[in-house]
Write a protein that binds this ligand. Structure first.
Ligand SMILES: [Zn+2]
Length: 176
């Protein structure tokens, strides 16, 4: 999952900080430091930086996290609620029950849907979210796709289901 930084650190002189943030040394309070090592932490949700103070020479560690912008889903009824990736993952998991799809694939799909929807945010229609899930499932597993579609689209009779099957067979799963 790509994490985009939504903010830019700016130093006292108004310059964007190339190290990703002006930090005060915990020992001498100096604002001058250099980053000597950067690595991912917390499964990619944070960046751990080892820094050396240019004033006193002591070393310390900082953790930097991207603050995620709030994302809202607007239902057909007009009700607005916060985007919830767990809810989407639960729905996909239910549809994928007993299918040969790994948990990793399901998690990746939910994360991909969130990325896609965030691009369009901060407010998206529930049908956009549903379509993103369906697009992902179509490529992953046709049976899971149909199960999810039958719940999501609220199929009312067999005709709907058959129409979906026809649509599915027209679109090869290796399309993407
Ligand atoms: Zn210092």
């Amino acid at each position: 999952m790509a994490v985009r930084c939504k903010h830019t650190f700016v130093d006292d002189d108004g310059n964007a900080d190339r190290y990703g943030g002006a930090v005060r040394c915990p020992y001498c309070q100096s604002m001058d430091d250099k980053v000597i090592d950067s690595r991912m932490a917390d499964a990619g949700a944070a960046t751990r930086r080892r820094r050396e103070c240019l004033a006193c020479g002591r070393r310390y560690t900082t953790f930097e996290r991207v603050e995620e912008l709030q994302l809202f889903v607007v239902k057909r009824s007009g009700v607005r609620e916060p985007f919830d990736r767990t809810k989407i993952l639960d729905g996909i998991r239910r549809a994928a029950k007993n299918r040969p799809i790994s948990e990793d694939d399901l998690v990746a799909l939910a994360a991909g849907v969130e990325d896609e929807v965030r691009e369009l945010g901060p407010e998206v229609g529930s049908e956009v979210v549903g379509k993103a899930v369906l697009d992902g499932l179509r490529a992953l597993d046709p049976v899971t796709y149909l199960r999810f579609a039958s719940v999501y689209k609220g199929f009312e009779d067999l005709t709907d289901f058959e129409r979906e099957v026809v649509l599915l067979t027209r679109q090869p799963t290796d399309e993407t």
